[in-house]
Design a binder for this molecule. Structure first.
Ligand code: NAD
Length: 465
């Protein structure tokens, strides 16, 4: 698909700016109504949109449908939110004064998205930004232009029929890194929400900070799970296989490092190897497939290079080879890999966006938590245990240092109700539920004096004749 030209980009930004002037004055619950209607339209088109995700990204049917459901869920959330953009009233120290904290719309919000959630990530941002009074400008991954075009068309048709929504409210610009760079550098955009690799986030953050804009970064993960002595093996095996091999290992929250207590290691590894060998790798259109293809050849080559590096560092590798799928010979299908390690190596400390699970033994929960925290990324983490003390330690200030910490579920598959995001080199941003909406608004502290005198704060005297 052709990249948006600079002239067309500038025209899109001007349309968004014009739209902001009127959209910010539309009452928030009315803005929520637009998002409600958009969610309804997505419900109607759910099967077609899901099929397009499968076609373009290779997600299996149920995961593609789940992604569209996430779009619907965040719309529902945002509709409620549109009546709950609460500020505070604050006690003033001066007589007959009152103080308020109010939240106002910010301006056009740029949304740069990764290939692996080609609809959901945009919707987490767009649904909130729209009810907060902001136009949106979307630059999808250059690998997923079609899903973006389809979802954008659905929103545009709802905007067209709405009445008091300005025409330029939602813009789509297509292209690779250069178009993303235009957005990062553009002073017309007060907030750039960028999802992708840590490399990308580092470049965007510097550019946006250079012009004193705000960035909301959702970057790479290197997520761990701890399997404790009391863990249910059935639960652990299901949680591990979905989190590590689901979506062909191409989720930011994919399980990449597994810490197994030494008392459970041999039995669990044997069971995992059997489960991995039986995973159905194949066409994402086949109803019984669990693992579809990698996004492209570069992803396959990166996976093979990482496995070679692990072998060279002394690891034992099970699986990871290319799988030929009849009728899809050009696709890059792989058997998910299990990699046994005695200690972390360079490869296990970085994110390879493919189904590779590094497995370690541990002796104490403290040692396992240290392992969980010993990487530069800080997105998601989980612990499988029946032991309350271990669970509480893991969730405490001395526990996981990630943005997401789960007990008795895997690290992936978040719900939209919670704030989503991670610490350290995952970027620190929070999207989706809870109070993530505050990133899309500007806060204003207001003081009103309804007396006829002018007392100054802190008892300061400044009397003039
Ligand atoms: P990527 O970094 O290659 O690209 C992501 C987006 O950024 C694309 O739209 C791309 O065109 C754009 N881009 C790249 N360089 C840019 C630059 N210098 N300036 C502006 N824009 C730029 O990532 P990808 O391969 O599409 O996606 C996989 C990565 O995304 C993984 O690291 C994964 O963990 C991460 N991810 C994170 C989250 C999260 O919420 N934390 C969610 C999904 C994916």
């Amino acid at each position: 698909m052709a990249s948006t030209s600079r002239a067309d980009y500038d025209a899109a930004l001007e349309r968004a700016r014009t739209a902001f002037a009127s959209w910010r004055a539309v009452p928030a619950p009315r803005r929520g109504e637009l998002v409600r209607l958009f969610g309804e339209a997505v419900r109607r088109h759910k099967p077609a949109l899901a099929e397009l995700i499968t076609l373009e990204v290779g997600k299996i049917g149920s995961e593609a449908a789940g992604e569209v459901q996430e779009v619907i869920d965040i719309c529902d959330f945002a509709v409620g939110l549109s009546r709950q953009l609460y500020g505070l009233t604050i006690a003033s120290e001066r007589p007959r004064h009152h103080m308020l904290e109010r939240w106002h719309p910010l301006g056009p919000v740029a949304i740069i998205t990764a290939f692996n959630f080609p609809m959901a990530v945009w919707s987490w941002n767009a649904a909130l930004a729209l009810v907060c009074g902001n136009p949106v400008v979307w630059k999808p991954s250059e690998k997923t232009p079609l899903t973006a075009l389809a979802l954008q068309r659905v929103l545009e048709s709802v905007i067209r029929d709405f009445g008091d929504a300005p025409a330029g409210l939602a813009q789509l610009v297509q292209g690779a890194r250069p178009v993303g760079e235009w957005l990062a550098e553009d002073a017309r955009i007060p907030l750039v929400s960028a999802t992708g690799s840590t490399r990308m986030g580092r470049e965007v953050a510097v550019k946006v900070a250079g012009r004193f804009g705000r960035s909301l970064l959702e970057l790479g993960g290197n997520n761990a799970m701890i399997v404790a002595p009391s863990a249910s093996e059935d639960l652990a095996v299901r949680a591990i296989t979905f989190a590590a091999a689901g979506t062909a290992g191409q989720r930011c929250t994919t399980l990449r490092r597994l810490y197994v207590h030494e008392s459970r290691y041999d039995a669990l590894l044997a069971r995992l190897r059997r489960a991995y060998a039986s995973l159905r790798v194949g066409s994402p259109f086949a109803p019984d497939t669990l693992v579809g293809p990698l996004i492209d050849r570069a992803a396959f080559e990166a996976m093979q290079a990482t496995l070679a590096a692990a072998r060279a560092a002394g690891a034992t590798v099970h699986g990871g080879e290319r799988v030929t799928v009849a009728g899809h010979e050009a696709g890059y299908y792989v058997r998910p890999a299990l990699v046994e390690l005695a200690a972390p190596i360079e490869a296990s400390e970085r994110e390879t966006f493919a189904p590779i699970l590094y497995v370690f033994r541990y002796q104490s929960i403290e040692q396992a938590i240290d392992g969980n925290n010993a990487v530069v990324q800080g997105l998601s983490s989980s612990l499988i245990t029946q032991n309350l003390s271990e669970a509480e330690l893991f969730l405490s200030a001395e526990g996981s240092d990630c943005g997401i910490a789960n007990v008795n579920i895997g690290p992936s598959g978040a719900e939209i109700g919670g704030a989503f995001g991670g610490e350290k080199q995952t970027g620190g941003g929070r999207e989706s539920g809870s109070d993530a909406w505050k990133a899309y608004m500007r806060r204003q502290t207001q003081t009103v004096n309804y007396s006829s005198t002018l007392p100054l704060a802190q008892g300061v005297k400044f009397d003039v004749e």
